[in-house]
Design a protein around this ligand. Structure first.
Ligand code: FES
Length: 91
C-alpha cells in the first residue's frame, strides 16, 4: 500500500500543515521552519521523538516498544505517519 497525504496540527502554535504522500513529517516541518532535533532520519535513534496529543499513528520506527506504540503518546516524526486524516503534535 502506498503512502497517503495527511495533516499535522501543531497544538502550541496553532498551525496546520499538509504532509504530502511522498515526504515525512520531519522534512515538511523543516521546510516550514519548525525545528525538531533529528539525527538518523530512519527511525532508529529516537532523537525526533515527538509527543502526540491526538490522532492515530502509523508507527514505523524501531525505537518504541510495542506497548509504547499502542499507547500512541509519542511518535518518531522522521518515519512514522498518521493513520487517519490528521495527527496533533505537541509543537
Ligand atoms: S531522527 Fe532518528 S528516529 Fe527520527
Amino acid at each position: 500500500m502506498s503512502d497517503t497525504s495527511f495533516q499535522v496540527v501543531l497544538e502550541r502554535t496553532g498551525r496546520t500543515i499538509d504532509i504530502p504522500a511522498d515526504a515525512s513529517i520531519l522534512e515538511i516541518l523543516e521546510l516550514e521552519g519548525v525545528n525538531v532535533p533529528s539525527s538518523c532520519q530512519q527511525g532508529v535513534c529516537g532523537t525526533c521523538e515527538t509527543k502526540v496529543l491526538a490522532g492515530e499513528v502509523d508507527h514505523r520506527d524501531m525505537v518504541l516498544t510495542a506497548y509504547e506504540k499502542s499507547s500512541g503518546q509519542s511518535m518518531m516524526i522522521c518515519c512514522s505517519r498518521a493513520k487517519g486524516a490528521s495527527v496533533t503534535l505537541d509543537l
